[in-house]
Design a protein around this ligand. Structure first.
Ligand SMILES: [Zn+2]
Length: 479
């Protein structure tokens, strides 16, 4: 197992990962509250934690990755009311839509997506334990967590109660003993989904679902908890209070990882401002690789300032430059096979490819610095482009060795995926059709047409070469 350092929000320091039961790593990431279509801000966090899980797996850890689905809350109930739809079905519909987009984005490391409402028995057992231990109290059909009973409340965020937040309005609620107390069981409102409980019919509060799920799946302590920075308070703070008070064990989580948010040029993305950019539209317009590249070409803890007219067009241009030599190599290997004869590459170049893979691992293992890893890949692309221009006749073995840093990026960052809709895949499908049309033109003696097809392919970067075996082609960009 490779040594991995990561920034832990609890200690506010970079620490070496030491799993509780190596090589196993339990990773829990707060998932979606699917009350509407996902927008491009949502996917940033999930792409990042996909990279965390992919990289840890590459380095010999065995990751069990869980993302909960908050499939019932106030927002879902409100939206379902507007649409006259069942709240649980509305949430499932939006969650499945997200899952489809996550698949397109190459997010494939999550082992399990538990729905909150599938854990009501666990939630009720945990609430009972909190009541029995004196940390929670029933009131007016609901149950509240009393933060005064948990002195460590505030350790993660440095805040003790919502009331201390600048500008926060303290709502007087006579059901609570103190304004900072939060609801863990909500008394039923007519028309909403509800479950029976010792305190009357109701539904779970927000924070408790995560801990009921992780207590069940991971036990009282686990390795990594991730989420967006906006979840530190009150959500993650409350998770700690709920779990540690219920089990008496501490710490709930050994490492807290928080990702920066995506800001919309100074303003929040919201329906009311009319500036929501849906994830589906972004993927349709730019392709999943450009989005992944855009997210990962920033340090995960930095905010990303999204500018609609610039951010993704710029990312598309940069990504196209980054993948050009990799696409060229992949096309040659697709066409000629790995056994392709040719010149062996200079030993120092092959050695640099090998060293680079090690440097990429080292860089990513230093607090998952994908931005720095991408900078190293750009350096390799510059170097390789020159070599391929001068020595287009490398053997299959050499080309495969030169491709290795990009294979690394495909495995860990999920970049360099060549889909049938990508340029490389499209060439491989379309060029043989053009070659066949040219062969038919020559067969009937129409050499002007045959030359026209060859020249037009050449103008877009596809170069044909006729030999005894037929026509070979190569993509090396427009000349
Ligand atoms: Zn959560």
């Amino acid at each position: 197992m490779r040594r991995v350092a990561l920034y832990d929000s609890m200690t506010r320091s970079v620490r070496v990962l030491a799993p509780i039961q190596p090589p196993r790593v339990g990773l829990f990431v707060c998932g979606l509250t699917p009350y509407d279509e996902a927008h491009i801000g949502h996917a940033r966090t999930f792409v990042f934690f996909d990279v965390v899980a992919r990289a840890l797996t590459r380095w010999g850890y065995r990751v069990f990755s869980v993302q909960n689905v908050t499939n019932l809350d106030d927002k879902i109930i409100a939206r379902a009311g507007e649409l006259d739809e069942d709240p649980l079905l509305l949430a499932e519909r939006h969650f499945l839509a997200w899952l489809f987009l996550a698949g397109r984005l190459g997010i494939r490391s999550v082992n399990y997506y538990p729905r909150a409402t599938d854990y009501v028995p666990e939630i009720l057992a945990q609430i009972q334990a909190l009541v029995d231990r004196g940390y929670a109290y029933p009131s007016q059909g609901s149950v509240y967590y009393e933060i005064a009973k948990f002195p460590r409340y505030g350790a993660l965020s440095g805040q003790r109660t919502e009331a201390l937040r600048p500008g926060a309005r303290v709502e007087v609620d006579d059901a609570k003993r103190a304004p900072g107390d939060f609801v863990i069981w909500k008394a039923a409102t007519p028309g909403e989904p509800s479950w029976e409980s010792p305190w009357g019919p109701g539904r779970p509060g927000w924070h408790i679902e995560d801990t009921a799920i992780t207590l069940r799946l991971f036990g009282p302590r686990y390795d990594l908890h991730g989420g967006g920075l906006d979840l530190i308070f009150p959500h993650h703070e409350s998770e700690i209070a709920l779990a540690e008070a219920a089990t008496g064990e501490s710490p709930l989580v050994n490492y807290w990882m928080h990702g920066g948010l995506l800001n919309l040029a100074g303003e929040k993305m919201s329906k009311s401002l009319g500036n929501v950019y849906s994830l589906r539209t972004a993927i349709d317009e730019f392709g999943p690789m450009v989005l992944r590249f855009y997210y990962l070409n920033a340090h995960y803890r930095s905010p990303l300032e999204f500018v609609r007219a610039e951010s993704l067009p710029e990312a598309r241009e940069a990504y196209a430059r980054l993948v050009l030599p990799s696409d060229r190599i992949a096309e040659i290997l697709d066409r000629d096979g790995a056994e392709r004869p040719g010149a062996e590459g200079p030993p120092e170049l092959l050695e640099r490819a090998e060293d680079l893979v090690e440097r990429l691992d080292t860089t990513l293992a230093d607090d998952f610095n994908s931005r720095e890893a991408i900078a190293l890949l750009f350096g390799w692309t510059r170097e390789l482009t020159e070599h391929l221009d001068r020595f287009p006749s490398y053997s299959g073995d050499t080309l495969a060795a030169l491709q290795e840093p990009y294979d690394w990026a495909s495995e860990t960052l999920g970049l360099f995926e060549r889909s049938s809709t990508g340029r490389a895949g499209a060439w491989a499908q379309v060029v043989p059709i053009a070659i066949a049309a040219r062969a038919r033109a020559r067969a009937r003696g129409d050499f002007a047409e045959a030359d026209r097809i060859r020249d037009e392919l050449s103008a877009v970067g596809v170069h044909l070469e006729d030999d005894a075996a037929g026509t070979r082609w190569d993509f090396s960009g427009p000349k």
